[in-house]
Design a protein around this ligand. Structure first.
Ligand SMILES: NC(=O)C1=CN([C@@H]2O[C@H](COP(=O)(O)OP(=O)(O)OC[C@H]3O[C@@H](n4cnc5c(N)ncnc54)[C@H](OP(=O)(O)O)[C@@H]3O)[C@@H](O)[C@H]2O)C=CC1
Ligand SMILES: CC(C)CCC[C@@H](C)[C@H]1CC=C2C3=C(CC[C@@]21C)[C@@]1(C)CC[C@H](O)C(C)(C)[C@@H]1CC3
Length: 418
């Protein structure tokens, strides 16, 4: 079954109306979270303590800091890489090349921040700048998405994504028209997906830890756990950077407002919510409970890493000894689907591991508030929706073989439940 493309592709996210609503809702949710987390009651569903005026949101220093950060990460991206990887085959049968130096960028950033700290860089002042920084990031992503939309106007048809080219301005602006927008070898989507937002997230967490130490003498055990788990997640993503080339975002989705805002604003400012919560609402955490949470995190990571690595190894080289013995289903495209190992347990074992980790990130915040569990709730919704999108795409790609896979592996994410 040939996938429908361009104006015939089925509309996702509720079409133009859904896209318009999400473009308002996502930034509004982000600002709501940033405001309620520092309020006394910290109620996820309550009203924000106040509605900030432009004088609170707008700060030229915050914009300058954001642009410096983006410039630094872009410079680190352009440094010589230990390896250059080839992406998946494109419509015109070509393959793009990607530098593998994300982990190096993380280490170099840590060294620079370390040097800055020893020279008196006031990292602990960053939490007070989160609102204006998030505002600067939101404006920047709107302008950047406009640039991406206009760049796609002059791109060849073969460079356009399967969705995101419906002809409706709002929908296409949101979803993104071009699959891999680039200037020379600088790939905007690949850069944004893994660098400024993801690395920014761990340094926001670190700044919250530093401020907690300044306020209370030392960081709490809960703050250490949240920082440690999320650093492991980001470090792992950058260590296995090449694996991002087989994700849905890189292979299928265009680069527009959804991913630009998601990567540059949503990830750093909402994924750091647990650490923000702990700064304003300290929580006691005993060693036995901390040990249980570490165990949950380790189980989640084991499933997440095992499943992702198994699929990536198999997609790169099906005769690799670690995957060669696994049972597979042939498909009409020549590619095969794994039906044993992690991918024989449920159809998205990697989502299951990621969700277990998400729970472990929130548990150090105790159970007195719903707010730090926002990530678990949002992430469940995101992955359930993402799974349904992927399922549709796989059905189009693999037809009967996909039906056979679903028959053999009936559960999507959670064995015997979903
Ligand atoms: N923290 C966050 O905010 C987010 C994290 N994630 C994480 O990112 C990771 C990547 O997720 P995502 O890109 O959504 O999806 P996947 O990495 O699960 O990729 C899905 C693709 O895998 C291939 N595939 C599916 N089933 C099989 C099988 N049985 N055998 C072999 N290949 C198969 C198909 O592509 P093909 O056959 O073409 O290779 C399918 O389209 C996940 O771990 C997820 O949890 C995702 C979103 C947000
Ligand atoms: C909120 C919006 C509706 C949607 C925004 C979604 C984005 C925030 C996420 C889409 C896919 C992502 C991935 C990661 C981060 C979040 C976004 C950008 C990821 C880089 C996190 C680290 C993982 O190890 C990964 C597998 C590399 C992830 C890839 C997908």
């Amino acid at each position: 079954m040939a996938p429908r493309q361009g104006p015939q592709a089925p509309l996702e996210f509720g079409g133009p109306l859904g896209a318009a609503a999400l473009m308002l809702l996502l930034p509004a949710t982000m600002f709501h979270l940033l405001l309620v987390v520092r309020s006394g009651p910290a109620r996820l569903l309550g009203p924000p303590p106040y509605l900030p005026g432009l004088e609170v949101l707008w700060s030229p220093q915050a914009l300058l800091l954001l642009l410096t950060w983006l410039g630094l990460q872009a410079a680190l991206y352009l440094l010589p890489a230990r390896k250059v990887a080839e992406g998946q085959e494109l419509k015109d049968k070509s393959r793009l090349r990607y530098p593998i130096n994300g982990f190096q960028a993380l280490v170099l950033t840590a060294l620079l921040v370390g040097l800055g700290l020893s020279a008196g860089l006031p990292l602990g002042a960053l939490p007070e700048m989160l609102l204006p920084l998030a505002f600067a990031a939101t404006i920047t992503t709107f302008i950047f998405s406009l640039f991406l939309y206009m760049k796609a106007q002059v791109a060849p048809a073969s460079a356009l994504a399967p969705g995101g080219n419906s002809g409706n301005l709002i929908y296409d602006f949101f979803l993104g028209r071009e699959l891999n927008p680039r200037i020379c070898s600088f790939d905007f989507k690949y850069f944004c997906e893994l660098r400024p937002g993801l690395i920014g997230w761990v340094f926001i967490n670190l700044a919250l830890l530093v401020q907690e130490a300044e306020l209370r003498g030392s960081p709490s055990l809960a703050m250490w756990l949240v920082n440690g788990f999320q650093l492991l997640y980001v470090g792992d993503a950058l260590w296995h950077e090449e694996a991002v080339l087989t994700t849905m975002d890189i292979m299928h989705d265009g680069f527009g407002f959804m991913l630009a805002f998601g990567d540059l604003a949503w990830v750093p400012f909402t994924y750091s919510l647990q650490a923000q919560f702990l700064l304003y609402h300290p929580q006691p955490l005993g060693l036995p409970m901390a040990a249980v949470i570490c165990l949950i995190s380790a189980i989640g990571y084991y499933i997440f890493r095992g499943a992702n690595s198994q699929k990536n190894t198999f997609r790169k080289n099906p005769s690799d000894p670690s995957v060669a013995g696994l049972e597979t289903i042939p498909t009409a495209t020549g590619r095969q689907l794994l039906v044993s190992g992690w991918w024989g347990m449920v159809r998205h074992p990697n989502y299951l591991g990621d969700l277990i980790m998400a729970l472990a990130w929130s548990l150090p915040c105790g159970v007195s508030h719903l707010l730090p569990y926002f990530y678990v709730l949002y992430f469940t919704a995101l992955l359930v929706h993402r799974e349904a999108r992927d399922e549709r795409q796989c059905l189009q790609k693999y037809g009967r073989a996909w039906h056979e896979y679903c028959r053999r592996v009936p559960y999507r994410i959670l064995p015997y439940i979903y």
